[in-house]
Design a binder for this molecule. Structure first.
Ligand code: PLP
Length: 220
């Protein structure tokens, strides 16, 4: 299957209010350009230097989303052009993003990554940690970041009920934080959940952004 037909098939399955982020990590710029030439403009990467290298090579109307674990010393590579950082998992990182937002004269869109999977290895906040951060005075002073919603990854399993439960949990965290902190903020609206194997379940549970790599570009 070609990238173009994969995109067409997936787009036909996604409601209009759900954004498709084509995850192009490990794929060379020419391959990303194939998807661009098929009309796609929104791409996701999980390594800062790789995203920055592709930004330089590719058309400037691409919307770049950072989706991987981000070390504070790598924020500088993506801050000038990143449209959104999905993987914010600490106040320390948010502080650093804020600093680079200020230096670049922009407000950087961020999602708080939540740990919803059973695996120990996945990064992210739990509810209490996020709640404590949003209540802190340090957080209040961050004027060059915008929290636009939440992101999460489900357990890697064939058990669809488990995956469904985890996405429903992320949705409930979103609703709770929205009610407690962002009720009057229409820009707090994103739930980034769903990958190649589970995006249909994620959409049923209220996803607004799906991050799909393999089903578009093939195996890595
Ligand atoms: C790689 C990756 C994806 C895409 O995974 P596929 O299974 O290839 O669709 C989505 N989200 C994150 C955070 C990733 O690292």
């Amino acid at each position: 299957m070609s990238i173009q037909s994969n995109l067409t098939i997936i787009k036909a399955q996604i409601p209009e209010n759900v954004k498709l982020i084509a995850v192009s990590k490990t794929k060379p710029a020419e391959i990303v350009l194939d998807a661009y030439n098929a009309g796609h403009r929104v791409f996701g990467e999980n390594k800062a230097q790789e995203m920055s290298a592709k930004f330089v090579l590719l058309p400037k109307d691409i919307e770049w989303h950072f989706i991987g674990h981000l070390q504070t010393n790598k924020v500088k590579y993506i801050a000038p052009f990143a449209h959104m950082i999905h993987s914010v998992d600490s106040l320390k990182l948010l502080n650093e993003i804020n600093k680079h937002g200020a230096a670049n004269n922009k407000i950087i869109n961020c999602l708080l990554q939540f740990h919803i999977a059973k695996e120990e290895t996945k990064f992210g906040f739990d509810y209490e940690e996020a709640d404590a951060m949003l209540n802190s005075s340090e957080f209040e002073n961050l004027t060059n970041i915008r929290i636009a919603g939440l992101m999460g990854m489900a357990t890697f399993t064939d058990n669809k009920d488990q995956v469904k439960k985890e996405f429903a949990m992320l949705r409930s965290y979103f609703e709770k934080l929205k009610a407690n902190y962002y009720n009057s903020d229409p820009l707090f609206r994103e739930i980034s959940m769903g990958m190649s194997d589970d995006y249909q379940i994620a959409i049923q549970q209220g996803s607004t952004m799906v991050r799909i790599g393999t089903a578009i570009f093939g195996t890595r």
